[in-house]
Write a protein that binds this ligand. Structure first.
Ligand code: AMP
Length: 341
């Protein structure tokens, strides 16, 4: 592998900067409309210009990656713009485990893996008539938090569901996933698991700023009631967090259980970067409502390293650079098959 490629969005700058720092050639698969932005950055060696990211599946893109002996780094945009089947059919080698990306996209598989890892997951509610406490109703697939809503009973659920149908955001109940609402401090725990070193690194933690749920929290309750009831959780930005040190042991335990569970359920397991996402409740217990089985955009905060990565690495280490370092380590150890699928 001599080249690292990714899609121009999400954390592309971090990934390609890190790749350059580790001596790789860099390729950006870039939508034409964003070319001007990305041309500003000197560490991007080559552009493959596309009208849509779906062109990753086409011959032209595949050949460009193949000729450069490139590995593709998957991120949130790949997941949100392509189906699992499409991702699995990408010709280029993919960093990490391409099969586990399906488990991230499918809510039922996702819940299965989290439970296998013995994470404390808020209960899912199988039918609207079973709603008897505050629940969050999420659209299946990668909706990115848009068009989610909260409900406390079936009647409220139906009213808000009808609104989503009218707005053509969904067509039926099948597209919704109902989960007990977990309240507390949001925390997105970023990890890197190296199958080469057989070691788990806790890399950092961030908090997401989501619109318009944050906006709503800033207006008085009576005015909140006048809103339409659809509470989008659209991610706008991330900011860094540092956890109480006494929480770190459980953070590592959760990550290790997740790695072990994924080895059992989705071979070759959760190799490379991943994120466990949830809230700390009032007893400092972590409830996990999500995971991402690849690099998350919250790592963009830590381009020069995080308060945790400096404890492990003696040089500035972003997650993007850590990925490139792993590729170098794997090549040196002749174990590329462990970290690329
Ligand atoms: P998701 O699409 O599952 O990543 O959810 C988007 C956002 O919705 C999260 O970042 C949280 O702010 C919120 N959220 C999701 N699930 C829950 C839950 N069970 N309890 C509380 N908030 C949640």
């Amino acid at each position: 592998m001599t080249c690292i490629a990714t899609l121009g969005s999400h954390c592309a700058l971090q990934v390609l900067r890190g790749a350059k720092d580790e001596g790789f050639k860099t390729i950006l698969i870039c939508e034409k409309k964003r070319e001007r932005l990305y041309r500003r950055f000197g560490f991007i060696d080559e552009f493959v210009l596309v009208d849509s990211f779906l062109e990753v599946l086409d011959q032209k893109c595949s050949s460009a990656l193949e000729q450069n002996n490139a590995v593709l780094i998957p991120h949130g945009t790949l997941i949100s713009q392509m189906s699992s089947e499409q991702i699995e059919s990408i010709k280029a080698p993919i960093f990490g485990n391409r099969w586990i990306l399906r488990w991230e996209s499918d809510r039922n598989l996702k819940e299965k893996l989290m439970l296998e890892a013995k994470l404390d997951v808020p209960h899912s509610v199988s039918k609207p008539s079973d709603i008897n406490s505050l629940v969050i109703v999420k659209r299946r697939g990668a909706a990115g938090g848009k068009g989610y809503f909260l409900a406390t009973n079936e009647e409220e659920y139906i009213k808000k569901r009808e609104k989503l149908i009218k707005e053509k955001l969904i067509t039926s109940d099948e597209e919704l996933y109902i989960q007990e609402y977990a309240s507390g401090v949001l925390a997105y725990l970023q990890y890197f698991y190296s199958p080469i070193k057989n070691d788990l690194e806790f890399f950092g933690v961030d908090k997401r700023h989501e619109s318009d749920v944050e906006g709503l929290a800033r207006i008085p309750a009576p005015q909140q009631m006048k809103e339409d009831g659809i509470t989008s959780f659209n991610v706008i930005a991330n900011s860094p967090l540092v956890l109480r040190e006494s929480l770190l042991e459980e953070v590592y335990d959760m990550g290790e259980r997740f790695v072990a569970a994924s080895k059992r359920l989705v071979k070759p397991g959760m190799n490379g970067p991943f994120c466990i996402e949830g809230v700390y409740d009032k007893n400092a217990k972590f409830k996990t409502f999500e995971f991402s089985a690849r690099i998350v955009a919250g790592t963009n905060i830590f381009m020069e390293g995080s308060p945790y990565s400096v404890l492990i690495h003696d040089e500035p280490m972003s997650m993007g650079r850590r990925i490139a370092r792993e590729l170098n380590d794997a090549m040196n150890a002749n174990q590329l098959d462990k970290i690329v699928t």
